[in-house]
Write a protein that binds this ligand. Structure first.
Ligand code: GLA
Length: 385
């Protein structure tokens, strides 16, 4: 949808012209999966796929929401923001408004039209993009200065406590704080961060969606969180650590006798994935893309064998990618169980890569994968129309 089309869609939904365009980004994660809620360092980057909100302040107590591709308007009353938890559409917005209000931000009536180009359920964080962009709109209309990191935290709270998904901070942070052509090395134990140029030279990151139909990601995700919490409690009986990410591979080897079964496997993934992030960042900084690709592959194998969040679709898509001589590495990203992969592919070969991997995947799985044209962009943008 072009900007003109977005403005027209707003006009059709609300009978007036929008005055502002607020956007926040979807994200990829280069490496560091399922460790943000263990105090690990993650390495996401914000995408050109975004939640775009065409908006107008109306004043009063009603927030009206309209969505591209969905008929009708959802109305939220700012006096009863606790009442929308069961909404299928609009609950993220209500949650963000609710927690902003809790921090003292006055939620002012407005009309918001959503054109979200982050595919839903893709593992590219459409929900974080919606939450963060909505938080920006509410703060702008309340006339309060906002800190982007605070908006990310409020958005995460909305997702945890209002929508009931116990996610970490990675997605909302990337959506708010992403920087063009950079990945963000975010330390989730204290939210300190560093921007690292995502310089891939002759290579490009190809993002592919395995298109597995919806499969209860949220409940399986919450189970993984409980498993690593169990691991941490057990390891804390012998080690003075606040989070699993503080445990080095060496210390883990000494203590792993304390753990068994899936809990041991989950903890091993976390410890080794943290180690891979440091190595991957070093490899990127020195331009060693072969090593970076190898670490991406290792990350996928660990998510497959130890964390068990991949599934045959993501395994097939990454395996076909790795068979291509032009591909240095490939892995699933996000929560898993479905959704997207990233692959490092020689720029001049991406067309053939997409064609061959797409065909092999279709033949093996029975339906098509989607490939996206992506670029790395800023997190939040605010524009007067
Ligand atoms: C989802 C969550 C994130 C993170 C990833 C896995 O995207 O929202 O907080 O845990 O899964 O790395």
């Amino acid at each position: 949808m072009t900007k003109t089309e977005g403005m027209q869609a707003f006009q059709d939904a609300f009978g007036a012209e929008p005055t502002d365009l607020f956007t926040a980004a979807g994200r990829i994660n280069v490496i560091g999966e399922h460790i943000d809620y263990c105090g690990g360092k993650v390495f996401p980057a914000a995408l050109n796929l975004r939640c775009n909100i065409y908006a107008r302040k109306t004043g009063g107590k009603t927030v009206r929401l309209a969505f591209r591709g969905i008929d009708g308007v959802v109305e939220l009353c700012v006096d009863t923001l606790d009442a929308y938890r069961e909404l299928k559409i609009g609950n993220y917005q209500a949650g963000v408004a609710y927690y902003l209000q809790e921090t003292g931000v006055e939620i002012v009536g407005c009309d918001l039209y959503y054109d979200c180009t982050v595919p839903f359920g893709s593992g590219l964080s459409s929900s974080a993009a919606i939450e963060v962009a909505t938080a920006v709109a509410f703060c702008e209309y309340a006339g309060v200065a906002y800190d982007k990191v605070q908006l990310a935290l409020i958005s995460q709270r909305a997702e945890n406590k209002y929508a009931g998904v116990n996610c970490g901070i990675m997605d909302q942070f990337a959506s708010a704080m992403g920087k063009k052509d950079h990945a963000v090395l975010l330390d989730c134990s204290d939210l300190s961060y560093e921007y690292v140029p995502l310089r891939l030279g002759e290579y490009a990151l190809v993002v592919a969606n395995c298109n597995k139909p919806h499969n209860l990601v949220e409940s399986k995700y919450n189970v993984r969180r409980q498993e690593v919490e169990t691991a941490l409690k057990t390891l804390q009986t012998k080690a003075d650590v606040k989070c699993l990410a503080e445990i080095s591979p060496k210390l883990f080897n000494e203590l792993k006798y304390l753990l068994s079964g899936v809990v041991a496997k989950r903890a091993e993934h976390v410890v080794m994935e943290c180690d891979r992030v440091s190595k991957a960042v070093a490899a990127l900084k020195t331009g060693d893309l072969v090593e970076l690709g190898r670490l991406l592959n290792e990350s996928h194998y660990s998510l497959r064998d130890l964390y068990e969040v991949t599934g045959k679709e993501l395994d097939a898509l990454t395996a076909f990618a790795r068979k291509e001589p032009s591909c240095l590495g490939s892995r699933m990203i996000g929560a898993g169980f479905g959704g997207c992969t990233i692959s490092i592919v020689k720029k001049t070969e991406t067309e053939g890569f997409i064609r061959r991997v797409g065909k092999a995947y279709h033949d093996a799985i029975g339906y098509k994968a989607s490939f996206y044209e992506t670029s790395i962009e800023d997190g939040i943008t605010v524009e007067k129309l």
